[in-house]
Design a protein. Sequence first.
Lengths: 218, 231
Amino acid sequence: MIAALSKELLLQWRTRAQMLAVFVFGAASLLLFSFAIGPNTDAMRTFSAGFLWLGLLLSSTLTLAESFHAEMENRALEGLLLLPSNPRALYYGKAIANWLQLAILGVMLVPVMVILYDAGPKQILLMLLVIILGTAGLSAPGTLYAAMTAQVRAKQTLLPLLLFPLIVPALLASVKATSLAILGDPMEQSRAWLGLLFAFDLIYWALCGLLYGRVVEE
Amino acid sequence: MTEVSTSKTPYVFLTLGVICLLVGSYVGLFIAPREEYMGDVQRIMYVHVPTAWNWMLAVIFAFGCAIAFLFKSDFKWDARMEAGVEVSVLFALLLCIQGSLWAKPTWGVWWDWDPRLTSVAVLLFASLGILALRKFVEDPLKRAIWSAVATIIASVDLPIVYFSVKWWNSLHQQQSSPQTVSSAFHLPLRVNAFGILFLMIAFIMLRTRVAAMRLRYETSAPPLVAEGELA
């Protein structure tokens, strides 16, 4: 798995210009969201968490679909599966790499959010934790579905269609926890949402790893 | 691939189901007493609750078929799973419509984003996504495996739906039991529950036949060249 992970990270490092493009896409979508509310600073700050996560979600469809691009060329996926290693290791390597990429993207989008919506997080560590846990929740099922949809015709439509309903609990918890980080948390509710996020991550990382073998076999 | 069944059993279930539904609905609409606080609006419970129960059964059935297919690799489980997912989508849509009809007079809104409604909507969209996935994949084996995997992942939401009213402060009512529901309501509720159960079984059986026929067509070899026709 470490080998798979380092391969993914190397690939990501080599295509880091793409990361910039996805970041610009995310930032642009945050900008567009601000037009949905108009120049109402209070409202924008209230909803800034939702906008951040929606922007992150939309960008994730780009990065997740891209992550299987290398495997689709010259049937590299079959070559990888012929290696005497567990396909699950390949899955976890890729899922962790995607997680890292999404987490970095999330962190990069926070300053954009701060600038556009005047929404500085009051608890930076909490914010960081939510981004880490939330993107983990996006990455696990996302990588599995990206593996499936990379092999079919309408890949760009199918991946969001399949992924979005499934990660609603993670999205809800992340948005709630982030908005608590931004707007203040007088009743200490963030713990409950983080717990939900953590449970979601555990369940899906285990389940998707178990199912990955069947998804890519010939 | 075995022959597609042609037994008349589903039609028996269909008839039984329609009869039960008619009887139960008649009793529920005209004979059962009015509810104390909600009045006549409450009568939608006689279809809404059975639809909910049977929807959950359909999801569990689809989940079971998905697991069976992944273990046995027999296409009949794939046909049954396809039927289960489609019927569960139908029931979920009915559930949302019935619920909205009740919600407007009672809560004042057609829809609310409370945990139970949200989790039902999530499962509905996930099931629609599974149906879309099946439409886009042409290879029968890949389609079967992927939709089985997607069904398993989507069914993880079902316990959340069921327990949502207990875990969170939901606008929707908590689970009822025979102890909490007045006995005057039991009969039409149970009759309707069986009615919709029979209908669901009939729908699943008939839809499985359609799916099995299509699978048989897709997985069979093309017809051999006839005598004397060789190019």
